[in-house]
Write a protein that binds this ligand. Structure first.
Ligand code: GYE
Length: 323
């Protein structure tokens, strides 16, 4: 009888121990907590990016603390400080501009929290304050936009074209790099004449204002509009039409992002070329965050593959974009 009782106790103990073992492998608090400071909601790209990050966090079982900074650097710095105070496992953020992050990133480093840059880059004196950049190769996007323009100008046999540029947020990585890639590619081509570049802040309303300004100043001498994102392009188009000009025909229109709205306008023939910039960075972000939590090494730069949509192709075959 005592033997049987002892046996039953042993079995009970084993069951309890194996239960404990499982608990040890997957304690309730093992869920990775990621603090992410998003720039704002200025474009379809940004909204698609936020949605993708939320969905991927859910798919990977990662606890996401998401804060929207409404385009303000101060709000992003405050959000990063809250993530540090909360002791999240990993911090990620999309810096609105490149400068001004050194202090807060040192605070994250002192707290032992790794930081991932999403979408945009930073410029700091001290190296190594962040672990990884997951975002598009904006320089290449500028190059692809200019290469399209060169092919188009060849095809139309034009000897000189006047270009206006509506740029993204001043001192942001996509603004700096898209401009640099575009300008470097047309440099030396004597047909290309840049009239002026104006800051459109990636906003539709600013795209409209910039285009009005350009049309008032240069009238119908403008041949090309190079706009750093779809929102500004979509804002600019009605202004061109109001001036009695046909976008896509009288003016060559080049945009970047490749959201559904711009692709629809490309299909209507009012935009000539859209360089893709994918907002779907969530999967790479979650995988990188998990690697960091596990103490594994990560790639320092992750660029997604991107393509060009233009009137050189059968635009009816473009699959739904999802943003
Ligand atoms: O092109 C624009 C957005 O940083 C790539 O920001 C991003 C840019 C994108 O607001 O639409």
């Amino acid at each position: 009888m005592r033997k049987r009782l002892l046996c039953a106790l042993c079995v009970l103990l084993l069951v309890m121990l194996s239960g404990c073992g499982r608990e040890k492998e997957e304690p309730a608090d093992s869920k990775l907590v990621l603090g992410f400071s998003q720039i704002g909601s200025e474009s379809a790209w940004r909204i698609g990016n936020t949605k993708d990050i939320e969905e991927q966090a859910g798919a990977y079982g990662i606890g996401l603390m998401l804060e929207n900074a409404n385009q303000k650097k101060e709000n992003q710095i405050a959000a990063i400080r809250r993530f540090i105070a909360y002791k999240v496992d990993v911090i990620a953020f999309s810096p609105v501009v490149e400068d001004g992050w050194e202090n807060v990133l040192k605070e994250a480093r002192d707290a032992g929290i790794p930081v991932i840059l999403v979408d945009r880059d930073i410029s700091t004196k001290e190296e190594g304050l962040t672990t990884c950049l997951i975002g598009a190769d904006f320089y290449k996007e500028g190059v692809m936009a200019a290469e399209y323009l060169i092919r188009k100008v060849d095809k139309l046999g034009l000897t000189r074209v006047n270009i206006v540029e509506i740029t993204g947020t001043k001192d942001s990585t996509p603004m700096l790099q898209r401009q640099a890639g575009f300008m470097a590619t047309i440099a030396g081509d004597e047909r290309m004449n840049v009239l002026e570049s104006v800051d459109g802040d990636f906003l539709k309303s600013r795209g409209e204002e910039c285009m009005r300004y350009f049309l008032d100043k240069y009238g119908d001498t403008i041949d090309v509009v190079f706009s750093h994102n779809d929102e500004m392009t979509i804002g600019a188009l009605p202004e061109i039409e109001k001036a009695g000009l046909a976008p896509g025909k009288d003016l060559i229109i080049i945009s970047i992002d490749g959201g559904q709205e711009a692709i629809n306008v490309l299909k209507e023939g009012k935009i000539n070329c859209v360089v893709e910039c994918t907002p779907k960075l969530g999967k790479a972000l979650m995988e990188t965050a998990l690697r960091l939590k596990n103490g594994e090494g990560v790639e320092t730069v992750i660029h997604p593959e991107e393509q060009v949509f233009s009137d050189e192709m059968d635009v009816s075959t473009i699959a739904p974009r999802g943003y």
